[in-house]
Design a protein around this ligand. Structure first.
Ligand code: OAD
Length: 232
C-alpha cells in the first residue's frame, strides 16, 4: 500500500483565476504582506486587513475548481493506500472538487477567528469591524488565516504523515515559505520518492527526485492518469 502526501500551493488555483503571491502581478507585488498578513498589521489597521480578505473571499467564492483539483479528487477515489492533501491555499477548491482528506496549513477564508479567545465560527461573506466574537464579545474578529510569525495548523499530523509517506508530491508552490518548503526534505529522509509538479522549478527543486514543469491543469491530470494506468 502506498502512502501519499500531496502539498499544494497557489499555482494549483492559478488557472481557476485566483492570483499567486510572488509572480509578476502576484498579491505580494501589490500589497505589503506586513500590512495584511501579520498580527501586527491587523492591530495597526484591521479595516484594511478585513477588506483584503473580503475581496479574496469574494474571488474564491466566484472561482471554480480546475482540472488539477478534479484530478486529485479522482485520485483519492481510486488510490489504494493512504492519501493526504496538505494545502497552503486558503480557498476551498479542493473540497469543492470532491477531495475529502485535506489539511489547510494556513487556515481558510471561510473561517472567522477571535483574536482574544481563539473561538472559531463560519465567516460571513463580508467581515466587518463591528463583528464581535459570539463567545466572548471581543471585536473586531479576524479571518482564520495563519499569518507570518504564527504557527501553521496541523503540523504534528503532517509531520507524522510525511515520515511514513512512500511518495511526496508538491504542486504549484514556490518553495519559499517554511515549514511547507521543507516537507520534501522531511519525506525524503525516511525514503519517500519526491516529485514536483510546477510551472517553474521551485526554490527547493533539488530536494525532489523529479521535477515536471507545465500548467497544473495539464500536468496534474497527466500524472494522475499515469498512476491509474500503473495500478491497472
Ligand atoms: P507563490 O506565489 O509563492 O508560488 C506560486 C507557484 O505556483 C510558483 O512556483 C509558480 O511557478 C507556480 N504556478 C503558477 N501558475 C501555475 C500553474 N498554472 N500551474 C502550476 N504551477 C503554477 O505561492 P505559494 O508557494 O503557494 O501564505 O506561497 C506560499 C505561501 O506564501 C502562501 O500560502 C501564502 C504566501 O504568503 C500566507 O499568506 C500565510
Amino acid at each position: 500500500m502506498k502512502r501519499l502526501v500531496i502539498l499544494t500551493g497557489a499555482g494549483i488555483s492559478a488557472e481557476s483565476g485566483l492570483g499567486t503571491f510572488r509572480e509578476k502581478d502576484g498579491l505580494w507585488t501589490r500589497y505589503d504582506l506586513n500590512d495584511v498578513a501579520t498580527p501586527r498589521g491587523f492591530a495597526r489597521n484591521p479595516g484594511l486587513v478585513l477588506d483584503f480578505y473580503n475581496a479574496r473571499r469574494a474571488n474564491a467564492r466566484a472561482a471554480c475548481p480546475n482540472a488539477a483539483h478534479v484530478a486529485l479528487a479522482e485520485l483519492e477515489a481510486f488510490w489504494p493506500g493512504e492519501m493526504l492533501i496538505v494545502t497552503q491555499n486558503v480557498d476551498d477548491l479542493h473540497e469543492r472538487a470532491g477531495s475529502q482528506s485535506i489539511l489547510h496549513i494556513h487556515g481558510g477564508l471561510e473561517g472567522a477567528l477571535c483574536a482574544a479567545c481563539d473561538h472559531r465560527w463560519p465567516a460571513p461573506a463580508e467581515m466587518r469591524l463591528a463583528d464581535a466574537c459570539p463567545a466572548c464579545g471581543h471585536a473586531p474578529a479576524r479571518p482564520d488565516i495563519v499569518w507570518f510569525g504564527e504557527y501553521p495548523y496541523h503540523m504534528q499530523q503532517i509531520e507524522a504523515a510525511l515520515l511514513r509517506a512512500d511518495l511526496f508530491v508538491a504542486i504549484g508552490t514556490s518553495g519559499t515559505v517554511y515549514p511547507a518548503a521543507g516537507f520534501a526534505e522531511i519525506a525524503a529522509r525516511t525514503g519517500a520518492d519526491c516529485l514536483e509538479l510546477n510551472a517553474e522549478a521551485s526554490a527547493v527543486a533539488p530536494d525532489f527526485d523529479e521535477v515536471r514543469l507545465g500548467p497544473a491543469s495539464r500536468i496534474v491530470p497527466e500524472w494522475v492518469a499515469e498512476l491509474r494506468a500503473a495500478l491497472g
